[in-house]
Design a binder for this molecule. Structure first.
Ligand SMILES: Cc1ncc(COP(=O)(O)O)c(C=O)c1O
Length: 385
């Protein structure tokens, strides 16, 4: 990793090149979560009954501002898998046997399984559109997805940023072309903190996003943004007191249902405002600076590693956010992800190897703790393989 700094909790003895999988939470945010836990445990009854309702409302308002949404449309979730599950349940409930939901071949496997499981019980057909790993640009990708929509397609699940390739999809174009006739669920697991979001403008029926990844909030912080036409009927995966709750005048039934998933530790959600503030303050240009710095670094790292390892970036820079893939060649190119992970780990690197289309690649992440030297040393380690 880059310069050791007390801001990050990361082990300075390891080079961390896989921010994308689980993020990394810095000390000021972990400290805030501990402060909240101490406050909660000092008087649990009072905290849940008096402090929590206004605290969750305030945290949601900060989050909504960050993602460009009316707070009335946003609810916290534990992770994107959960948020996609509940969105698919709502959407499939409106579909008839024989109707189709379209997914891409690069959909995140956990979310694809959710689609398979929920549609199977309803007789809804899952249509898969093949997305190539090598692309000319966003318009080609939008054309492939939109071209696969057929007369029975009622819904589309599309990633904002693909996990296996790091590709940023043109979701604005896709949503504008399909909604409201075809419902769009955007799996934005990687997008908050990587892509500048304006979710009121996008106005997809459902948008699911993680906050523990690029926003660096504690694990357990995610959200779903639900368009107006769905807010009265969508329910969380766990039905609890909100089902019969009359109290939530501001968010109505929607927030009453989502704010109380049964007794749980909501401190990850309540730490989100501090994560937004702390990471934004870590760059002189705020979040614009964070996103631009991470993007420039991952592109420079990809170029350096492709040069060192004799390969070519699979997609143009216009499709890259803070994740980029270096296709592997030679011996590394015929190894398995497990072998490469073990090799990198034995040399002190945490790195993510992906096989989106049968070709193994190294998926690079860049966040503020990384430097170009991290990737130069990783190229050496891979050349030794
Ligand atoms: C595109 C995509 N969707 C969903 C997820 C699932 O996220 P989580 O495990 O936090 O639910 C991920 C995780 O990396 C992802 O990349």
């Amino acid at each position: 990793m880059g310069d050791a700094t007390p801001f990050w909790a990361l082990d300075p003895g390891t080079t961390h090149l896989n921010h994308g999988s689980f993020g990394a939470c810095p000390w000021p945010v972990l400290d805030e979560q501990l402060r909240l836990r101490r406050e909660l445990e000092s008087n649990p009854t009072r905290w849940f009954e008096v402090t929590y309702p206004s605290a969750v409302r305030a945290a949601r308002e900060d989050l909504a501002r960050f993602v460009g949404s009316d707070p009335a449309a946003v609810a916290f979730a534990t992770n994107t898998t959960q948020a996609v599950n509940l969105a698919v349940r709502a959407v499939v409930a409106r579909m008839a046997p024989g109707d189709e939901i379209l997914v891409t071949s690069h959909a995140y496997p956990a979310c694809r399984y959710a689609v398979d499981a929920i549609t199977a019980a309803a007789g809804v057909v899952v249509r898969v559109v093949d997305v190539p790993g090598v692309l000319d640009g966003p318009a080609e990708l939008a054309g492939i997805v939109l071209g696969a929509v057929g007369p029975r397609t009622r819904a589309v699940l599309v990633d904002h940023v693909e996990s296996g390739t790091g590709v940023v999809l043109p979701v604005g174009e896709i949503v504008a072309a399909l909604e409201p006739d075809v419902v769009v669920i955007v799996d934005g697991a990687h997008a908050p903190g990587m892509v500048d979001l304006d979710l009121d403008v996008l106005d997809a029926s459902f948008y699911a996003g993680n906050l523990h990844k690029w926003v660096c909030a504690p694990k357990g912080a995610a959200f779903v943004r639900v368009a107006a036409g769905w807010r009265e009927e969508v329910v969380p995966l766990t039905i609890s007191h909100g089902w019969g709750d009359e109290r939530s005048a501001d968010g109505g039934r929607f927030h009453a249902l989502f704010d109380w998933p049964g007794t749980a530790d909501p401190t990850a959600w309540l730490s989100v405002p501090v994560a937004i503030r702390e990471i934004g303050a870590a760059h002189p240009d705020g979040w614009d600076g964070v996103r631009a710095t991470n993007r420039s670094l991952v592109l420079a790292a990809q170029e350096l590693m492709c040069d060192e390892l004799g390969s070519t970036p699979p997609v143009p820079a216009s499709m890259v956010g803070s994740l980029a893939v270096v296709p592997l060649t030679g011996r590394a190119g015929s190894a398995t992800g497990q072998e490469l992970t073990a090799h990198a780990r034995s040399r002190g690197f945490e790195a993510k190897f992906v096989v989106p289309d049968g070709r193994v690649g190294l998926r690079l992440s860049a966040h503020l703790y990384n430097t170009i030297d991290d990737y130069a040393r990783c190229a050496e380690v891979l050349s030794e393989f």
